[in-house]
Design a protein around this ligand. Structure first.
Ligand SMILES: Cc1cc2nc3c(=O)[nH]c(=O)nc-3n(C[C@H](O)[C@H](O)[C@H](O)COP(=O)(O)OP(=O)(O)OC[C@H]3O[C@@H](n4cnc5c(N)ncnc54)[C@H](O)[C@@H]3O)c2cc1C
Length: 834
C-alpha cells in the first residue's frame, strides 16, 4: 500500500511539474527528494516495494543527468547545439513566395488553441457585433431596397446577366466602394458591416452578391487603398467608389490555378511608347481565365512575373510577382468573352494580351512596389478571405434554413407535415446547427478583422469550413424539398444557391487545398508558440544570434511538450473536470471545460505531428486535413460560446448550443482519433493514444432526443427562428416565392385548431375530401368548423397549392438563350496555344 501511495505521489508530482513547465533544476531537485524518500525506507512496507538494490543505484542516473543539464553551458553543448544543427539540416527550403505567405497576416485566437491553454479573455475581448448608425441604416435601407429589386429568375435565366438597373443602383449607392475609405469617396464601412451587407444580398441572389463582393474583396480597390501611389489613390479610388470604374482582378491562368505563384505571365522592363512619348515601362504577355467581372471590367488588376534583363531598375534580373492596373481599353488587352460558370449570370471570363506595353506608373504603388505583388496579395487575402466567402456561405446556410423549415412545415405527405418525420428532422437539425455555427464564427471573425487583425490561419479555416457547411445545407434543403427544388423556374428559390455552391467551394483557395495544405501546415508554423521561432532562428544567417534565439525557443518548446503530455493525460483522465472556465460562464461552463480539454489534446498531437513529420507534412494530407478539421471544430465551438454570451444567452438557444457543442466535440474526437490511428510513427501513435484516449473515445454526438427538440425550434415562426436566420432578407410579399412561404407558414400555424377539427371529421367519415366536393362547406354545414374557420382553411389551401406548385413552360419559351456561335475552348483564343 505504501508503495502504491509513493508511486502515485511520484506520478502526481511529475505531472504537476510538467504541467507547470518547471525548470530542469526543479525536476532534478524533485528527483533527489523522491529517491531519498524511497531509499530511506519511508514508503517500504512488509509486502511492498523491495528495498533499493542495483535499481536504487541506477535510479540516480536520470536525476544526475537532469541536474547536469540544468547547467546552461552543458545543456547548450550537449543538447541545444546538436538539435540546432539537426533542425538546420532537415529544414526544407522555404521559397520566397512561401515565406511571404507565412509572413502575411496575423496570429490571434488561433494561437490560443494551439497553446493547449486558451486564454478565454482573448476570446471575450473580441467585440460583439457592432454597426454604426450609418452602417445599420445602409443594411436596412439601400440593401433591403436592392434585395427587393432582385428577380433571381430574370437574372439567371431570362437575361443571363445582371440587369442594368441593378448595376446602376449598386454604383449609385456606393456598394462597390464599401471598403474604400471615406477620404477617398468610399463608404469606409467596417468589416462587420461589409460582411452583413454582402450576406443579406447573397441571401437574395448569389449573382448580385458576387458583383458587390469582388470590388470589395482582394482586388484593385483594396490594393490601391493599401499600396497605391498618391496619384493612383486620388484618381482611381473615388472613381471605383462611384462605380465609374468596374474592376476585376486577374491572377489565375491555365497553368496557374491553386499554385498561382507559378504563373507564366511575364513582363520585361523595357522602353516603349505611351501616349506618344517614349518611356520606361513593361512589355507584357499574359493569359488569364475565370476572372470575375472581367467581361464588364474597365480596369484590369493583373498579376505577372517581372524580369529586368538589362537591370534598368538596378534590382537584378528576376524582380518577382508584380501587380499592375491596366485600363481594359488599353491597346492589346483582350477582354470581354465570357465563361458560363455553373449557370450563374455574374460576368466571368478570360483575358489575355501579347507584348502589350504599359508604363511603370501602371504598377500598383509605382516603381517601389515592383516585385512586391505576392506579399501584397497574401496580406490582403488574409483579411478578405475571412469576410467574403464566410459571409455568403453563412447567408446561404441561414436562408436555406429559413426557406426549408417553412416548406417542411407546410408540405404534407401521409397526412402529416413532412417536418414531423424523423427522416426529415435529421437534415433539418443539421441545417439549424450550420446556420447557428456559421453565423457565430462569421460574426467573431468579422469583428477580429474590423479591429485590424488579418487572421491568416483563421481565414483559411473559415473559408473551407463555412462553405462546406453551406454545401451540406444546400444539399439538405434540396433533399427536403424533393422534386419541388429540382425543377427550375421563377418559383424555385433554391436553384441559384445549388448551382453556385461549387463556385464558393473553388474560389479564394479551393477547399481541398485550403483544408489539407494551408490551414494546419500554416497554422502549425504560425500559431504554434515556439515552432516558427525555432525555424526562423535556424534560418538566421548570423549563426550565433540564431543559436541564442533557437535555445530560448527550444527550451520553451521542451517544457511546452511535457506540459501538453501531462496536461492532456490529466484532463482526459478527469473528463475535463478541471478545465479552465472563464468568469460568469453560467450554462456554458461544461463546454468551456471540454474545449479546454480538447485544446490540450490538440496541442499535444499537433506538436508531435509537426516534430515527427516535419517537411513530410505537405504530403501527409490525410493527416493534415484531419488536423485542420480538429482545429476548425475548436474554433467554431469557441465562437458558438461567444455568440451565445454576446446574444445574452437567450433561453431558446440553449439547446442549439448544447447540440452544437456535443457534435463539435464528437467530430473533434473523430478527427483527432483519425490522425492518431493513422500516424505513421508507431511509438508516437501508442503514446498519443494513451495520453489522448486513456479511457477510450467517450464523446458522443447529440442524442436523437436533443436533436428532435432542436428541430422543433425552427418550425414555428418566432424569435428562435428569426435569430437563427438573422440579417438575411426576408420577404413578406406573396408574389415573391420566398415571401409566399413566410405568409403561408403563418397562416398554416394560425389555422391549426380549425384544421384539427376538420381532419378528425374526415377521419371519422363525417366529411369526405375528394375532387368535386366542397368539404369546407360540408364541414360548416355539419357544425364541425365555423364560417370564419372555413375561410381560414380555404385561404391556407390556396396558399399551400401555390407553395407546392412547380413551374412548367412552353418549349419555345425555354430554348437556350445563348446562340451557339463564337464558341471556342479557350485555348484557341489565347496566344499561348497559338
Ligand atoms: C467562378 C469562378 C470565379 C473566379 N474568379 C477569379 C477571379 O476573379 N480572379 C482570379 O484570379 N481567379 C478567379 N478564379 C480562379 C480560382 O481562384 C481558381 O479556380 C482556384 O484557385 C483553383 O484553381 P483551378 O480551378 O485551376 O484548380 P486546380 O488548381 O487545378 O485544382 C484542382 C483541385 O486540386 C486541388 N489541389 C491543387 N493543389 C493541391 C495541393 N497541393 N494539395 C491538395 N489539393 C490540391 C484543389 O483544391 C482542387 O480541388 C475563379 C474561379 C471560378 C471557378
Amino acid at each position: 500500500m505504501a508503495g502504491l501511495v509513493f508511486t502515485l505521489l511520484v506520478i502526481a508530482a511529475a505531472m504537476a511539474l510538467a504541467m507547470h513547465r518547471a525548470p530542469l533544476w526543479l525536476w532534478a531537485a524533485a528527483g533527489v527528494a523522491a529517491l531519498m524518500a524511497w531509499q530511506s525506507g519511508l514508503f517500504v512496507g512488509q509486502y511492498d516495494v523491495p528495498r533499493p538494490g542495483l535499481l536504487g543505484v541506477l535510479a540516480w542516473v536520470p536525476v544526475v543527468v537532469l541536474g547536469l543539464l540544468s547547467l546552461p553551458a552543458l545543456r547548450r553543448s550537449l543538447v541545444v547545439e546538436p538539435a540546432f544543427r539537426m533542425v538546420k539540416g532537415i529544414l526544407p527550403k522555404v521559397s520566397e513566395t512561401e515565406q511571404q505567405a507565412l509572413d502575411a497576416g496575423t496570429v490571434g485566437f488561433d494561437a490560443e488553441l494551439f497553446s493547449g491553454q486558451p486564454d478565454w479573455n482573448k476570446l471575450r475581448a473580441v467585440p460583439a457585433i457592432h454597426l454604426t448608425d450609418e452602417e445599420r441604416a445602409f443594411l436596412e435601407g439601400p440593401t433591403d431596397e436592392l434585395c427587393r429589386m432582385i428577380d433571381d429568375w430574370q437574372i439567371r435565366f431570362r437575361e443571363k446577366e445582371i440587369p442594368e438597373e441593378i448595376w446602376d443602383f449598386v454604383k449609385q449607392h456606393g456598394f462597390l466602394g464599401m471598403l474604400i475609405s471615406k477620404a477617398h469617396g468610399g463608404l469606409g464601412f467596417s468589416a462587420q458591416a461589409q460582411s452583413l451587407i454582402l450576406g443579406k444580398i447573397a441571401s437574395r441572389s448569389p449573382d448580385v452578391s458576387t458583383i458587390v463582393m469582388v470590388p470589395n474583396s482582394l482586388g484593385p480597390g483594396e490594393l490601391i487603398e493599401k499600396y497605391g501611389t498618391d496619384e493612383q489613390k486620388h484618381y482611381y479610388l473615388p472613381r471605383l467608389a462611384r462605380g465609374e470604374e468596374v474592376p476585376c482582378f486577374s491572377l489565375t491562368g491555365p497553368t496557374s490555378g491553386s499554385d498561382a505563384a507559378t504563373m507564366r505571365d511575364i513582363g520585361t522592363v523595357t522602353n516603349g511608347m505611351h501616349e506618344g512619348k517614349e518611356t520606361i515601362g513593361i512589355r507584357l504577355s499574359w493569359d488569364k481565365r475565370y476572372i470575375t467581372l472581367g467581361p464588364k471590367a474597365t480596369l484590369v488588376g493583373l498579376a505577372f512575373r517581372l524580369f529586368d534583363p538589362d537591370n534598368r531598375l538596378g534590382r537584378g534580373e528576376d524582380l518577382g510577382i508584380t501587380v499592375a492596373l491596366i485600363p481594359a481599353d488599353h491597346t492589346g488587352v483582350n477582354i470581354g468573352r465570357r465563361h458560363l460558370p455553373s449557370g450563374a449570370a455574374f460576368p466571368n471570363g478570360p483575358n489575355w494580351g501579347k507584348d502589350v506595353f504599359i508604363p511603370l506608373e501602371f504598377v500598383i504603388g509605382g516603381e517601389k512596389m515592383v516585385g512586391q505583388g505576392w506579399r501584397m496579395l497574401m496580406e490582403c487575402l488574409s483579411a478578405g478571405r475571412a469576410i467574403s466567402l464566410p459571409s455568403s456561405a453563412t447567408a446561404g446556410a441561414k436562408s436555406m434554413l429559413r426557406f426549408t423549415s417553412a416548406y417542411a412545415r407546410i408540405r404534407k405527405q401521409f397526412g402529416l407535415p413532412i417536418s414531423h418525420m424523423e427522416g426529415i428532422e435529421e437534415p433539418l437539425t443539421r441545417m439549424i446547427e450550420a446556420a447557428y455555427v456559421n453565423e457565430a464564427a462569421r460574426a467573431v471573425t468579422a469583428s477580429m478583422v474590423a479591429r485590424g487583425e488579418k487572421p491568416s490561419v483563421i481565414s483559411a479555416l473559415m473559408k473551407y469550413t463555412t462553405t462546406e457547411r453551406m454545401r451540406q445545407s444546400v444539399n439538405d434543403a434540396m433533399d427536403i424539398h424533393g422534386g419541388r427544388a429540382i425543377c427550375d423556374g421563377p418559383t424555385n428559390y433554391l436553384q441559384s444557391a445549388y448551382q453556385m455552391v461549387p463556385v464558393g467551394i473553388t474560389v479564394e483557395g479551393a477547399n481541398i487545398l485550403t483544408r489539407t495544405l494551408i490551414t494546419f501546415a500554416q497554422g502549425a508554423l504560425r500559431a504554434h508558440p515556439y515552432l516558427y521561432k525555432e525555424v526562423q532562428a535556424a534560418q538566421n544567417p548570423d549563426a550565433r544570434a540564431g543559436l541564442e534565439a533557437f535555445e530560448k525557443a527550444f527550451n520553451g518548446h521542451i517544457a511546452f511538450s511535457l506540459s501538453n503530455a501531462s496536461g492532456a493525460l490529466f484532463h482526459n483522465l478527469t473528463g475535463g473536470l478541471f478545465g479552465d472556465v472563464p468568469e460568469k460562464a453560467y450554462g456554458t461552463a461544461e463546454w468551456y471545460r471540454q474545449l479546454w480539454r480538447a485544446s490540450r489534446s490538440f496541442a499535444l498531437v499537433s506538436d508531435l505531428t509537426v516534430a515527427l513529420l516535419g517537411g513530410g507534412l505537405k504530403t501527409k494530407q490525410r493527416l493534415t486535413g484531419r488536423m485542420a478539421d480538429a482545429l476548425s471544430e475548436l474554433y467554431m465551438l469557441a465562437c458558438v460560446l461567444k455568440r451565445y454570451e454576446d446574444d445574452g444567452k437567450p433561453a431558446g438557444d440553449r439547446l442549439i448550443v448544447e447540440l452544437a457543442a456535443r457534435n463539435a466535440l464528437y467530430r473533434f474526437q473523430q478527427a483527432l482519433g483519425g490522425v492518431i490511428d493513422n500516424f505513421p510513427v508507431a511509438p508516437a501513435r501508442y503514446l498519443m493514444r494513451a495520453l489522448v484516449f486513456p479511457l477510450g473515445r467517450r464523446m458522443k454526438p447529440a442524442s436523437d432526443r436533443l436533436a428532435r427538440q432542436v428541430a422543433k425550434l425552427a418550425l414555428e415562426p418566432g424569435e428562435v427562428r428569426d435569430r437563427l436566420t438573422r440579417d438575411i432578407f426576408v420577404s413578406r410579399d406573396v408574389n415573391d416565392p420566398t415571401g409566399l412561404l413566410e405568409v403561408t407558414l403563418d397562416k398554416v400555424i394560425a389555422a391549426l385548431p380549425a384544421e384539427k377539427k376538420l381532419e378528425k371529421a374526415i377521419r371519422d367519415g363525417k366529411v369526405r375530401r375528394y375532387h368535386g366536393i366542397d368539404w369546407f362547406a360540408d364541414a360548416v354545414d355539419q357544425g364541425v368548423i365555423t364560417e370564419v374557420e372555413a375561410g381560414q382553411l380555404r385561404e391556407v389551401e390556396r396558399l399551400v397549392a401555390r407553395v407546392i406548385a412547380v413551374d412548367h413552360f412552353d418549349p419555345a419559351e425555354v430554348k437556350p438563350n445563348y446562340a451557339p456561335v463564337g464558341h471556342n475552348s479557350g485555348a484557341a483564343n489565347t496566344f499561348a496555344a497559338a
